[in-house]
Write a protein that binds this ligand. Structure first.
Ligand code: GLN
Length: 231
């Protein structure tokens, strides 16, 4: 760090397994875009972090309970969440897509989901999207706790489609031998932000934004992204 920081240690919630944003490498170390970004931000602003992996659905409740100071978890900035957390400046563009088994040629769009089963992850924008649209399009929703379980549920044929952030599923399909494919158009667009508990962390949020801006200006932000994602 550059010194002059508060020297505090902040507990940072991350999604248990969400490559390329967070994952555990073969040495048991947490890696990924989010991990590298928050580590570099902490370094630039002179604070320490402790990473706390958990199911995504537990992250905002843990912030509210005071068990986490910060969350960086591929978390989309939404108006609903802004009622309970404050977000940093946006740091990554994402959005939702439908995903089906490779050999499934029946599903191209929401209109094809009548009577089908859709898997989502608890507490996510994907879960909310599914719940908001299930009556109109006539599908059933199954809620699971993590992304690998969702992927498995569709690849083994227990569910017809899943809803996931497209950078995450594109990475998973490219890196692992998943029997899955992205289908149809993107369902929406959004931006990831770093979250702190609303109204109580203005100084910390200011540091996070300053650190993020510094990484963008220095080129380190692009380097981190390029480490995990090839354009
Ligand atoms: N971006 C999505 C959300 O904010 C999914 C995040 C995740 O699964 N880690 O809900």
């Amino acid at each position: 760090g550059e010194g002059g920081g508060d020297g505090e240690t902040y507990t940072v919630g991350i999604d248990t397994t969400y490559p390329p944003f967070e994952f555990e490498d073969s040495n048991g170390d947490y890696k990924g875009i989010d991990v590298d970004l928050i580590t570099a931000i902490a370094d630039s602003q002179g604070f320490e972090i402790t990473l706390e992996p958990m199911d995504f659905g537990g992250i905002i409740p843990a912030l509210q309970a005071g068990q986490l100071d910060v969350a960086i978890a591929g978390m989309s900035i939404t108006d609903e969440r802004k009622e309970v957390v404050d977000f940093s400046d946006p740091y990554f563009e994402a959005g939702l897509t439908l995903v089906a088994q490779q050999e499934n040629n029946d599903i191209e769009a929401l209109e094809d989901l009548d009577g089908k089963t859709v898997v989502v992850k608890s507490g996510t924008t994907g879960a909310k999207f599914a719940q908001d649209n299930q009556d109109e399009y006539g599908f059933e929703v199954t809620v699971l706790e993590d992304s690998p379980s969702m992927f498995q549920e569709v690849s083994n044929g227990n569910a017809d489609v899943l809803i996931e952030d497209y950078p995450v599923i594109a990475y998973a399909i490219a890196e692992s031998n998943l029997d899955l494919k992205i289908v149809g158009d993107r369902l929406n667009g959004d931006n990831y932000g770093i979250a702190v508990l609303k109204g109580e962390n203005a100084d910390l949020l200011e540091k996070i934004n300053a650190g993020l801006q510094e990484l963008k200006d220095s080129g380190e932000y692009d380097e981190i992204l390029n480490t995990y994602i090839s354009e």
